[in-house]
Design a protein around this ligand. Structure first.
Ligand SMILES: [Zn+2]
Length: 238
């Protein structure tokens, strides 16, 4: 199976669906991580330019993806300035077409950050035009994927329909998130909490809800056409 996770920022999917992606890779899926923005304002260090931090974050994303053998699709829009327009839609359509996914995992419509909300809605809105041959972009059309919506940051306003038990791959999920070294001090500065700890607390909370140690929560995108359901995701149970 082919799996595409669509992120707003270089370190989004590790926290919210990194364990599920690791399980997909374990079962032999081809995994793609499309990242809308280049994270180019993700530093508090005035000696670092936007170009330098973007380059660092691209390398970190590739290092994280390499842990599970995933490929990064780098869309390279400015961090904090994602908009829904023809340019972004064409780039998202190409990300979907390049990955040719059976499963696409997107951010939720009520997540905390505008880039998250927009990356999620643009990805969902591009799944149909990505299948239309006369919508011409760099890559040819691709079948409409089944879309899952990932959790929000720390779970605010998200009530999962189902869970993936990620207990067996928590160390992999942690290693992926830890690849984003430049973000440790920065996110702690902005949010006052350390993101690896937050990720563990979140996964443990979902695990308690799911009846296992660590879990990730998802919803199915309930809209026409119905192409599959949660049975397409790995169970995580050994
Ligand atoms: Zn983000």
């Amino acid at each position: 199976m082919r799996v595409l996770a669509v992120a707003a920022h270089p370190d989004d999917v590790e926290w919210l669906c990194g364990g599920t992606l690791a399980l997909c890779a374990e079962r032999g899926d081809e995994v793609f991580i499309a990242i809308a923005t280049n994270g180019n304002v993700g530093t508090g260090d005035p000696s670092i330019t936007r170009e330098q931090i973007a380059e660092t974050r691209h390398k970190e994303a590739i290092a994280s993806a390499a842990i599970i053998g995933a490929k990064v699709i780098w869309m390279n829009f400015d961090d904090e300035w994602l908009f829904d327009n023809r340019e972004t839609r064409e780039r998202f359509i190409d990300a979907i077409r390049e990955a040719r996914p059976d499963i696409m995992i997107t951010l939720n419509e009520n997540d905390y950050h505008p880039d998250h909300r927009l990356a999620g809605s643009i990805a969902r809105d591009c799944r149909i035009p990505a299948s239309v041959p006369l919508v011409k972009t760099k890559f040819p059309e691709t079948p409409i994927p089944t879309v899952f919506v990932m959790d929000t940051i720390i779970g605010n306003g998200f009530d999962p329909e189902f869970f993936v038990d990620v207990t067996s791959v928590m160390e992999t999920k942690k290693a992926m998130l830890s690849s984003h070294l430049s973000q440790v001090a920065w996110t702690e500065h902005v949010f006052g909490t350390e993101f690896t700890e937050n990720m563990f607390i979140h996964a443990r909370f979902r695990g308690i809800q799911a009846g296992c140690t660590y879990a990730e929560g998802f919803k199915l995108l309930h809209t026409w056409p119905h192409t599959g359901d949660m049975r397409l995701l790995p169970s995580g149970k050994k």
